[in-house]
Design a protein around this ligand. Structure first.
Ligand SMILES: Nc1ncnc2c1ncn2[C@@H]1O[C@H](COP(=O)(O)OP(=O)(O)OP(=O)(O)O)[C@@H](O)[C@H]1O
Length: 272
């Protein structure tokens, strides 16, 4: 999980901003954020509620327009993608998985239909057999038995199973980067550890890059190589996770750390 591949970043974010509203009511949800992410890295973005983490995730996934700044993936200017064809290709490289997996699924679709449909939309070149294979392999990757899961409907699955199906859905396109936005927040403690370990296993198996968004420093410590701290839309601190946690430079990071005294127990996922 060390950052070895230093040739060129997979993701380059420069001076990225997104505001909502105007005048006295302007909200700088993401304010002049810059960072790089390399292939195979797990980067955690931490910050309290409202610090701009989800807005940043949506900007990176091109689900929301930017106000200003640059996003490059594999050296390409992502913000120049406007038509559906370009965006679909982009979503084969960068995928997202979100906190509320139940809301993300169409309740009237079986899991098979959900997974096949989202893969077909993004990659029309695949045969039915290839679609089936990708779906089954992705479910196996997240520890679910395809024959059992595929015929079910979302309401028949537990929160943990749904969360894993959501990650499997992202995996069907074999992405280079997975953006996981609070993927454990709806889960109970034992399932949280399962999902965190699953993400780490995926990173190892595929050398996949992961952006892990959380308000929980303990989980960030458990999964990440590098830590980015957001406060009121700004990236106030970033660096190797152990370095940031052992020697926080920003007052806000110190405050966050003060709230989690158990963090200093090595490799323990606090709050999970
Ligand atoms: N569509 C929107 N319209 C107006 N304001 C918004 C919108 N989306 C987000 N915001 C505001 O932007 C700021 C950042 O919100 P965001 O959801 O990105 O934070 P967050 O760190 O992800 O919070 P949480 O951990 O609670 O999800 C907040 O002040 C929020 O109210």
């Amino acid at each position: 999980m060390t950052t070895q591949n230093r040739q060129s970043p997979l993701l380059e974010v420069r001076n990225l901003s997104r505001t909502f509203g105007a005048g006295d009511h302007i909200v700088r949800a993401v304010d002049n954020v810059s960072f790089d992410l390399y292939k195979g890295e797990v980067v955690a973005i931490v910050g309290e509620s409202g610090s701009g983490k989800s807005t940043l995730a949506r900007l990176l996934l091109r689900l929301l327009d930017t106000t200003s700044g640059e996003i490059r993936v594999q050296g390409k200017d992502v913000l120049s993608y406007h038509n559906h064809g370009d965006l679909k290709k982009y979503w084969q490289v960068v995928q997202g998985a979100f906190q509320d997996s139940f809301a993300a699924f169409n309740q009237f679709y079986s899991i098979r239909r959900t997974l096949a449909k989202s893969l077909n939309v993004l990659d029309r070149t695949l045969t039915n057999k290839e679609v089936q294979e990708r779906i089954e392999n992705s479910l196996l990757e997240v520890g679910l038995e395809p024959s059992d899961i595929l015929k079910k409907w979302p309401h028949q699955l537990s929160g943990g199973q749904l969360q894993r199906v959501m990650i499997a859905r992202a995996l069907t396109v074999e992405p280079e980067l997975l953006i996981a936005d609070e993927p454990t927040s709806m889960l109970d403690a034992s399932l949280r550890v399962t999902v965190l370990n699953l993400l780490l296993a995926l990173q190892k198996r595929h050398n996949m890059s992961i952006i892990f968004i959380t308000h929980d420093l303990g989980q960030a410590n458990y999964v990440s190589d590098r830590l980015l701290v957001m406060y009121k839309g700004e990236l106030v601190e970033q660096g190797p996770t152990a370095e940031v946690l052992n020697n926080p430079q920003h007052e806000y990071t110190r405050r966050l750390l003060a709230d989690v005294p158990r963090l200093h127990r090595a490799h323990e996922p606090v709050g999970v």
